[in-house]
Design a protein around this ligand. Sequence first.
Ligand SMILES: [Ca+2]
Length: 123
Amino acid sequence: MRKMIRAAALAALTLIAGAAVQTAATGAAHADYRDCPDRYLCLWGDGNYEGRYTFYPEGNLFVRNIGDRMNDLTTSIWNRTGRTVCFYNDINYQGQLFCMGAGGSSANVGSGANDRISSFQPF
Ligand SMILES: [Ca+2]
């Protein structure tokens, strides 16, 4: 029961976030790799492309602050864009963690980068 209430609250927050940031798709749970659209960069809060998520279209890959909802929470990534994307520990592209080539994916970004991403940009 407690879990259901939390899910409902997160869904409500997602609606608010969706209204504020129309370029990025976000959600609380139940997204997996099949929900990541072609030409999008997709980030998930849990391993194996599960949990909370945020999806960014290829034309909107300069994200200097990922925002409170996903800050320091990313564990898995699928880069379906045609660009290499580099990820950073801090906002404003500071403290590079790693870069992922076009079409790359990682079910778990590893202990050095897990739950650290705060910004990213394409190259
Ligand atoms: Ca960070």
